[in-house]
Write a protein that binds this ligand. Structure first.
Ligand SMILES: Cc1cc2nc3c(=O)[nH]c(=O)nc-3n(C[C@H](O)[C@H](O)[C@H](O)COP(=O)(O)OP(=O)(O)OC[C@H]3O[C@@H](n4cnc5c(N)ncnc54)[C@H](O)[C@@H]3O)c2cc1C
Length: 332
């Protein structure tokens, strides 16, 4: 009997799917995906469930769960199986004096999902270090190797997230660098973290400490972490439009002249303080970070969806900006 998605996702909502295949090796991942596709029209891949909001109605869905572990290293090239825990991989790189993903410490989930939304934090994006992925294509059932240039990486986006390629990532290959003390990247990280860091281990420690204060490190006892992390991406608008937002709001100029706004600022300045909830709903904004929708204990998928829609409406009415959800909404 498959488990309910409320037990398998970090926001802890969602129903029970019809079937679930748990793949513990790359070959099993491929064979279980092909088998699933021959039997079910509605399916999805599940890693750590930290970026999925599933509806209560999953009876028509089959799930392929990645539990294929393994990290292999050749010089500074590291190949990691899709089911490996992301943070274990980061810890491995830091312990081996490799740099490139240390600012992504503490992000929950599996390595196979990292390219899907091009995970990022504190000035690093995983697109900077991924060289290749192995991918089983839903349409052709072929296993192909795709290079980073083919993955359409952008801010919290890739061809996998935008629907350009449907299928399963089986492993991800990273090209990292041996840490050199004078590395420019550390200067960038020092700026992003607001405190001086001199090596990847210090970056890791500092990032995890900073994230914990914001409820962005999973903690069973802390409802502020029963979430999907940020629920909305930071909107990118034209320079002209950005001038309609008050000057004290954070704004980041992009290479193409557009401007990235802070979704957290827009929410807080639309009359929605940290901890906000609708009536007696069990879904609420985190008390530590206004961008995270959290489950206070017994939230339903519908309550999460309702709060997300309410936030979108408030921000659209106040600022004319359409907030786009970051997590993958399944079965709504
Ligand atoms: C407390 C918290 C903090 C977070 N902080 C950050 C952050 O700082 N930065 C950030 O970018 N994200 C953050 N996230 C979001 C999330 O952790 C990442 O997106 C993570 O990469 C999701 O991994 P997962 O294995 O849990 O994916 P899942 O939630 O299981 O899946 C996410 C999506 O990827 C697809 N997918 C998963 N594995 C595969 C595969 N092998 N092949 C094809 N498709 C696949 C799924 O079908 C789904 O569409 C945070 C989440 C939480 C709960």
């Amino acid at each position: 009997m498959p488990k309910s998605l409320s037990e398998l996702t970090t926001i802890r909502v969602g129903g029970t799917p019809a079937n679930m295949f748990v793949a513990t090796t790359r070959d099993e991942l491929i064979s279980s995906a092909v088998e699933t596709w021959s039997e079910a029209d509605q399916w999805f891949v599940l890693g750590g469930g930290s970026n999925i909001v599933a509806s209560e109605n999953l009876e028509e869905f089959s799930v392929i769960k990645t539990e294929n572990f393994g990290i292999e290293r050749e010089g500074s090239t590291v190949r990691v199986q899709a089911g490996e825990n992301w943070d274990n991989f980061v810890a491995y790189t830091v312990a081996n004096n490799l740099t490139g993903v240390e600012a992504l410490s503490g992000i929950p989930g599996c390595v196979g999902a990292a390219p899907v939304q091009n995970i990022g934090a504190y000035g690093q994006e995983v697109a900077e270090t991924i060289s290749r992925v192995e991918f089983l294509d839903y349409k052709t059932h072929e296993v192909v190797e795709l290079t980073a240039a083919e993955l359409g990486f952008a801010y919290r986006d890739s061809i996998f997230k935008s629907g350009g390629r449907l299928g399963v990532i089986t492993w991800v290959e990273f090209v990292l660098e041996e840490f050199q003390p004078e590395r420019e990247a550390l200067v960038r990280l020092t700026e992003a973290l607001g405190r001086p860091v001199t090596n990847p281990a210090e970056v890791r420690e500092s990032v995890i400490a900073t994230r914990a204060l914001k409820g962005m490190v999973l903690n069973e006892a802390d409802h502020d972490t029963w979430s999907c992390g940020s629920f909305f991406t930071n909107p990118i608008v034209s320079d002209g439009f950005s001038r309609s937002i008050p000057g004290d709001a954070p704004r980041w100029l992009q290479e193409d002249g557009s401007v990235k706004l802070s979704a957290a600022w827009l929410i807080e300045n639309s009359g929605l303080p940290k901890g906000f909830k609708l009536g007696d709903s069990q879904a609420a904004l985190s008390t530590k970070h206004s961008l995270a929708i959290t489950n206070r204990g017994f939230a339903t998928a519908e309550q999460v969806r309702e709060l997300a829609s309410f936030i979108q409406l408030q921000v659209a009415n106040r600022w004319g900006v359409n907030l786009v959800p970051e997590p993958n909404l399944i079965g709504f």
